[in-house]
Design a binder for this molecule. Structure first.
Ligand SMILES: NC(=O)c1ccc[n+]([C@@H]2O[C@H](COP(=O)([O-])OP(=O)(O)OC[C@H]3O[C@@H](n4cnc5c(N)ncnc54)[C@H](OP(=O)(O)O)[C@@H]3O)[C@@H](O)[C@H]2O)c1
Length: 321
């Protein structure tokens, strides 16, 4: 039986990876502080990776270790404590490690941001770059996966699902959208990613992402899924910026919308992912599942990303005046 240790396993992606291994018949152990449960069938070992001795109770050999941490010191300490006892290691990094976001089709050899140094203020991309540096010590036993935007039911970031909710809640009323000119959407389904990550045959570094799709096509797919019959009202970048609408994420934002000079972030190469057997659920099918999930979670719930309905109405009124 494959013996798998997930450093994490109680979060969204790491829980899906744990689930995937369990479905494959593996014995799964998760290390987490335990604020959320591990998937049924996994053993949860409680520990805080900020504490010394966090890995002491994991003192056996592992066929596979999976780490999702975005804190370089967690990754450094885990490699030091467990590296000699792991036959294979999967590190979930991010496509945010790349220094440039304006080059279309860039592959895994593109330049990276500088790694975080001890004492630096926390910065996600720099931590991921430094963490990758620590897992390189595992040489040909490590698979570094750099996902792009992860989407699917249960997404805690509320980004992709915003558009399902926005078109669904609007019905026959208008929906505010950014201009899709020159823009693309490139995503990876959480379960496609979990399957890709639950593979001990792969080593090296790979982006994990689907094919880029034109931005307007993806919004049209959301609109169709939600049976929205109202108009879509396009606001240009300058107008949105002038009215305090944030790109990409966070409060009062339009998710998936990125400054045009960032369009390389949504058009990265997935050739290595595809060549290694990475699967891509069709965006239309992801949207169907995400819409169901948005309805179940509540269209008007407080969100981490997007516009509230009242913010959207106010902006639409201003745009019309
Ligand atoms: N969302 C995206 O679009 C996107 C894109 C690219 C890459 N990624 C990467 O995808 C991964 C997402 O994984 P996820 O959804 O499982 O993340 P998550 O929800 O942040 O979960 C992190 C896991 O680590 C555990 N953990 C956190 N701090 C800990 C500590 N001090 N000690 C012990 N355990 C700790 C958490 O459990 P407890 O809280 O119970 O301790 C949880 O099990 C991350 O690597 C992220 O950088 C995400």
């Amino acid at each position: 039986m494959t013996d798998v240790l997930i450093l994490g396993g109680t979060g969204w992606l790491s829980g899906r990876i744990a689930r995937r291994w369990l479905d494959d018949g593996a014995r799964v152990t998760c290390l987490a502080r335990g604020e959320r449960p591990a998937p049924d069938g996994a053993v949860l070992v409680r520990g805080d990776r900020d504490d010394t001795g966090a890995y002491d109770r994991l003192d056996r050999d592992w066929d596979e270790v999976v780490d999702v941490s975005s804190r370089a010191w967690h990754v450094r300490d885990a490699v030091a404590a467990l590296g000699d006892r792991a036959a294979h290691w999967t590190y979930i990094s991010s496509m945010s490690v790349y220094a440039d976001a304006d080059v279309h089709g860039a592959d895994e050899s593109a330049p990276l941001d500088p790694p975080a140094q001890d004492g630096d203020e926390y910065e996600y991309a720099a931590q991921k770059v430094a963490a990758e540096g620590f897992v390189h010590a595992l040489d040909d036993r490590v698979h570094i996966i750099r996902p792009g935007l992860i989407v699917g039911p249960g997404d805690p970031s509320d980004r992709f699902g915003y558009w399902a909710a926005a078109f669904d809640r609007a019905g026959t009323e208008p929906v505010l959208v950014p201009s899709g000119d020159g823009r693309f959407v490139q995503v990876i389904d959480v379960d496609d990613l979990a399957s890709f990550a639950a593979n001990t045959e792969l080593t090296g570094i790979r982006n994990a992402i689907g094919d880029p799709r034109p931005f307007d096509d993806v919004l049209a797919a959301f609109r169709t899924a939600a049976a929205h019959t109202g108009p879509t009202v396009v606001a240009d970048d300058e107008w949105l910026e002038a009215h305090g609408v944030q790109p990409w994420m966070g409060e009062k934002s339009l998710p998936l919308w990125l400054p045009i000079e960032w369009s390389g972030f949504m058009t990265r190469s997935n050739a290595a992912f595809r060549a290694a057997g990475g699967t891509q659920t069709a965006v239309e099918s992801i949207i169907t599942r995400v819409l169901e999930d948005e309805r179940a979670r509540g269209l008007d719930r407080p969100r981490r990303a997007g516009l509230t309905r009242s913010e959207e109405r106010e902006l639409l009124e201003e745009l019309a005046s």
